[in-house]
Design a protein around this ligand. Structure first.
Ligand code: SAM
Length: 244
């Protein structure tokens, strides 16, 4: 069972993402629970203030620590051993290997910032990790929380019906996935590569790994070093297994 508690000042943002697809199924079947908490509920003043001007001056407003920390403390009260994540463009990069590392955990508190971000004392003293989902700036951490939740949940046994499909997915072996095709064989004059219709599994597998490598070289040469390491390690493992 996976538990996510999302802290946000825009709880309605999360109204629809859990109403369809795998997320809906996972909630229905009890694999996933998502609890969205309004940070404003933890503000102590009658205006439900959550932000203030930055010390040292500068544009915009900063999210105050008190309501966020009160919301975090409330979220972890049930002692489920939570991983507390704060989203920020200056956080560590969240990628597939981070998702895999974090998928060992089952309980998460996800803190979504807004405005110019969150008072630094929150990530420094009340969170386990500060993560960025990419080198760009969003208006809020809500989209980041959804990206995090979906990518981590996919890796948890029981979330994706066919776990085999995860093995060949992009990034899992360090490379981008090969191109996929379905019926019809010819669409508006464009044919499916004949090898995929051959029924020869060895040739299909070879074609897929060639395509996967070619795509990665063309689009993400930066991934190749990591992929080489991965393949080197799995070859070494294979050799070890054979000699044992
Ligand atoms: N002033 C901040 C900076 O320059 O680093 C940007 C704040 S951004 C407008 C507001 C909130 O959006 C952040 O507190 C964070 O929660 C979220 N956010 C924006 N970009 C993000 C990213 N790439 N990854 C994760 N969260 C992000």
């Amino acid at each position: 069972m996976l538990h996510f508690k999302i802290l946000t000042i825009f709880p309605k943002y999360f109204a629809s993402p859990f109403m369809d697809g795998l997320l809906k199924q996972a909630i229905r079947s009890g694999v996933l629970s998502v609890d969205v908490q309004d940070i404003r509920d933890f503000s102590r003043d009658k205006h439900r203030t959550v932000d203030d001007t930055p010390y040292g001056g500068g544009a915009g407003m900063v999210m105050k620590p008190e309501p966020i920390v009160a919301a975090i403390k409330h979220a972890v009260e049930d002692n489920r051993s939570y991983r507390v994540i704060v989203f920020s463009p200056k956080g560590k990069k969240f990628d597939q290997s981070a998702a895999r590392r974090l998928s060992r955990h089952r309980n998460f508190v996800l803190v979504c910032g807004r405005y110019e971000g969150i008072d630094e004392r929150v990530p420094a003293f009340y969170a386990d990790e500060e993560l960025s989902i990419g080198d760009y700036v969003l208006s809020g951490g809500e989209a980041a929380a959804l990206v995090f939740l979906e990518s981590v949940a996919r890796l948890v046994p029981g979330f994706v019906g066919n776990e085999e499909s995860l093995v060949s997915e992009s990034y899992e072996n360090g490379l981008l996935e090969y191109p996929q095709y379905t019926k019809p064989k010819t669409f508006e004059g464009h044919d499916v590569p004949p090898v995929l219709l051959s029924g020869n599994h060895r040739e299909i597998e070879q074609w897929r790994s060639e395509q996967s490598l070619k795509l990665t070289e063309q689009r993400r040469p930066d991934l190749l070093d990591a992929a080489k390491k991965y393949h080197h390690n799995s070859k070494t493992m294979e050799t070890r297994e054979k000699t044992n």
